[in-house]
Design a protein around this ligand. Structure first.
Ligand SMILES: Nc1nc2c(ncn2[C@@H]2O[C@H](COP(=O)(O)OP(=O)(O)OP(=O)(O)O)[C@@H](O)[C@H]2O)c(=O)[nH]1
Ligand SMILES: [Mg+2]
Length: 225
């Protein structure tokens, strides 16, 4: 997917974001709540891969988040490398009422970093914050883990909607900020190389891992002109 500077007037920002975490932590319901404002009290395990594209406005610009969802359980999962390819953001989800799902986070981060770049914008999400009486993981524990791993952190409830939009927005906003800095840096570099100021050539940034694109790096972040 291509990203253009103002000269093109056809900005088209599309970010691939993956949802990961143990089975039944609420990944599919977080996506259903965010994309369609729906909640399924008795949802079944996801089989294979699903994705939804959601338009969002960041710094006054329209961007699209393509959010991918798969099963937490190995036997229902699609080919792992294809799932992660080209991802620039990740929500790593656990269930605050099941400590086991929190203890799996290290494994999910390992998998994420094996199949994508270390620079993927990642947020640790403690879901089901509505289950106050059943809480097994304290907010402070989630925060501490996020800090040591260099992740954003938020607690959400797909059931009562709290913080669901914020979780996705935090990731998309950070990706957008990184991308904006890269575009500016590329323009500055071009100006230096050509000695031109103003009337810059279009800068295109690729962030689509689903197509092999010339000049694309492992993470799908790439610049060309
Ligand atoms: N109380 C509460 N229940 C939730 C919440 N989010 C999801 N659930 C319930 O938790 C169960 C599992 O939710 P899913 O969204 O299917 O979980 P998943 O992570 O997609 O599971 P897999 O597809 O198997 O990996 C369902 O019964 C949901 O209704 C939440 O925020 N609060
Ligand atoms: Mg699911």
């Amino acid at each position: 997917m291509a990203f253009y500077t103002q000269e093109e007037q056809t900005e088209d920002y599309l970010f691939k974001i993956v949802l990961i975490g143990d089975s039944a932590v609420g990944k599919s319901n977080l996506l259903a709540r965010f994309a369609r404002d729906e909640f399924y009290p008795n949802s079944k395990s996801t089989i294979g891969v699903e994705f939804q594209t959601q338009k969002m406005v960041i710094n006054g610009k329209e961007v699209k988040a393509q959010i991918w969802d798969t099963a937490g359980q190995e036997r229902f999962r699609a080919v792992t490398s294809a799932y992660y390819r080209g991802a620039v953001g990740a929500l790593v989800v656990y269930d605050i009422s099941r400590r086991q799902t929190f203890e799996s986070i290290g494994r999910w981060l390992n998998e994420l970093h094996t199949h994508s770049d270390m620079n993927v914008v990642t947020i640790l999400v403690g879901n089901k914050s509505d289950l106050k009486d059943a809480r097994e993981v304290k907010t402070a524990e989630g925060k501490a883990l996020a800090e040591t791993q260099g992740l954003f952190f938020i607690e959400t409830s797909a059931l009562d909607s709290s913080n669901v939009a914020s979780a996705f927005q935090m990731v998309v906003k950070e990706i957008y900020n990184i991308l904006s800095r890269k575009v500016i840096q590329s323009q500055e570099l071009k100006h230096k190389e050509t000695g031109r100021v103003g009337n810059a050539k279009t800068v295109v940034i690729q962030a689509d891992g689903d197509r092999e694109t010339e000049g694309q790096n492992k993470n799908g972040w790439c610049c060309s002109s």
